[in-house]
Design a protein around this ligand. Structure first.
Ligand code: FE
Length: 511
């Protein structure tokens, strides 16, 4: 019998199977260290540096399943590119909670997104201990490699070994348990630092009113400016945007009822309810610190939920913000299993452009992309500035809500779009744009992304030519294992591992 071969990327009816998608949510308890030698295509020689990724490495503790992937222990993956070769290493962040739970062989902490200690509400009542899971992002800034989780302080790691060195307090500017968001923005040309780059981040202290604190870090990794503002109402803010003059936050319309959380019946995340009748508030804070509340502006727009923004920029007295918006907040139910999610029932994330007029305090918005998408990336030199190209994970189908299987490129000037699809059996992660050294064009560079390949139950590091996605992958680096679906990461030009022939030949597991 002859079996008809389906060519790559030919997709009929639904572009994915849920069973395939579920494979990317298996735990990866092993830690590896090897040169990558199973490569289709060629790694560009100009691609020198390191891709760091963070995300939940464990979806269970000794067989006890966690309730939501956002509650999984942070695992750093590092892919080093040098002279056309690549090297892989992964390590769990040795947080207090990870060490304790691995030793005990069971879940000891409640998770923010629904994981409860076994034993029902009695085992969880009045337990407000927070497990710092360090699982959301990883950045290299000021010679420090930092694993970030928004509710508490970062963990610092050794970039060569990925060993956990301890918590980072930035010379005591942060105190024990202080928040530090997982979405810093890198201002490539900071006015207040004589044109040097500066890292801008924030923390949220929510309550009946919310304190937003902004931190600006110099290239030595020191916090050189810190300013705080109090805004009315509860805030659930995951990301923000910057321009040369402003930090901008979207206050999603949500209500927090802490009682079921205190009584051990629901997690904190499950006590947040979307309020479709209330507006989204856009909080605009000047970056030049001013005393008191002077200078803050709060504008209103239609209700919606935003996790991530693409970018923002100023044009005269207007601010433009591009964001991924959902019609409502997807709610996590205590009895539900995230692996059984009905994608078709959810609302897709779509890209909207908001025009803010600060003088007459008005907001207008327009839809840029209706295809389901998440995890945007742009040229790092354009953060806070006008820009032309954006790259984002997207669904294979043009309409409806579905897992991310495509890398989509949008030319915001011409409206032209290009896409590269990993469907039907591949699932993409966040794309990262890396400029080619000495590039003249904004899209002259590479897109790096991790793709879960359900056909082989392994992950690939895929390299695309950002100037022409239609070309197909320049290189697919097949890893020896899968990496559970991750959250965020970053690229740095530093090379922290040997990628020579001896390393390539070893290919050993570290432990
Ligand atoms: Fe995020």
């Amino acid at each position: 019998m002859q079996i008809e071969k389906i060519p790559e990327n030919t997709v009929t009816e639904k572009s994915y199977s849920r069973t395939d998608w579920q494979g990317g949510y298996e735990s990866l308890p092993q830690e590896y260290d090897y040169g990558i030698d199973d490569i289709e295509g060629q790694i560009p020689r100009g691609l020198q540096g390191t891709l760091f990724r963070n995300g939940p490495g464990l979806l269970d503790v000794n067989g006890q399943r966690i309730h939501h992937p956002f509650d999984g222990d942070g695992m750093i993956s590092r892919i080093t590119f040098s002279d056309g070769r690549a090297h892989f290493r992964n390590r769990f962040v040795r947080t207090t909670g990870y060490i304790e739970e691995q030793k005990a062989g069971k879940i000891l902490y409640r998770g923010v997104f629904g994981t409860q200690k076994p034993g029902g509400w009695l085992a969880n009542i009045f337990d407000f201990k927070l497990k710092n899971i360090a699982n959301t992002n990883v950045i290299y800034w000021g010679n420090k490699l930092l694993a970030l989780w928004e509710a508490t302080e970062p963990h610092r790691l050794d970039p060569y070994t990925l060993e956990t060195l301890g918590k980072e307090y930035f010379n005591s500017v942060l105190s024990e348990g202080d928040a530090f968001s997982a979405h810093p923005r890198l201002d490539p040309n900071s006015h207040q630092d004589g044109g040097a780059p500066c890292l801008v981040n924030f923390s949220i202290k929510p309550g009946t009113s919310t304190t937003i604190t902004i931190f600006e870090l110099n290239i030595a990794g020191e916090i050189v400016r810190k300013y705080a503002h109090i805004v009315p109402g509860f805030c659930f803010i995951h990301d923000f945007v910057i321009t040369p003059n402003y930090c901008i936050f979207f206050q999603n319309p949500v209500r927090f009822n802490p009682i079921p959380f205190a009584l051990g019946m629901r997690s904190a995340g499950e006590c947040i309810k979307f309020q479709p009748q209330q507006p989204t508030r856009i909080i605009v804070i000047p970056r030049i610190p001013q005393s008191g509340q002077t200078g803050i502006k709060i504008l209103e727009t239609q209700a919606g939920f935003v996790f991530h923004h693409v970018n923002a920029f100023e044009v005269e007295k207007e601010i433009f913000i591009d964001s991924i918006c959902y019609e409502s907040l997807p709610e996590v139910e205590p009895k539900s299993d995230f692996r059984q999610v009905d994608f078709a029932a959810g609302s897709p994330g779509q890209i909207w452009r908001f025009h803010l007029n600060l003088q007459n305090q008005t907001v207008q918005r327009e839809l840029i992309e209706s295809r389901c998408c998440e995890f945007p990336s742009i040229h790092p030199e354009n953060v806070g500035r006008p820009y032309r190209y954006l790259y984002i994970g997207a669904s294979h189908a043009e309409t409806g809500n579905a897992p991310l299987q495509v890398i989509l490129k949008i030319d915001l000037e011409s409206g032209k779009k290009q896409l590269w699809s990993a469907a039907p059996r591949g699932f993409v992660g966040e794309p990262i744009f890396v400029p080619r050294p000495d590039a003249k064009q904004e899209d002259d560079g590479w897109i790096l992304t991790l793709v879960y390949d359900a056909a082989h139950h392994r992950s690939d590091v895929v390299i695309l030519d950002a100037s022409d996605l239609q070309k197909g992958a320049i290189a697919k680096l097949h890893l020896k294992h899968h990496i559970p679906y991750g959250l965020h990461g970053s690229f740095t030009s530093g090379v922290f591992a040997a990628t020579g022939a001896d390393q390539v030949a070893e290919g050993n597991e570290a432990e």
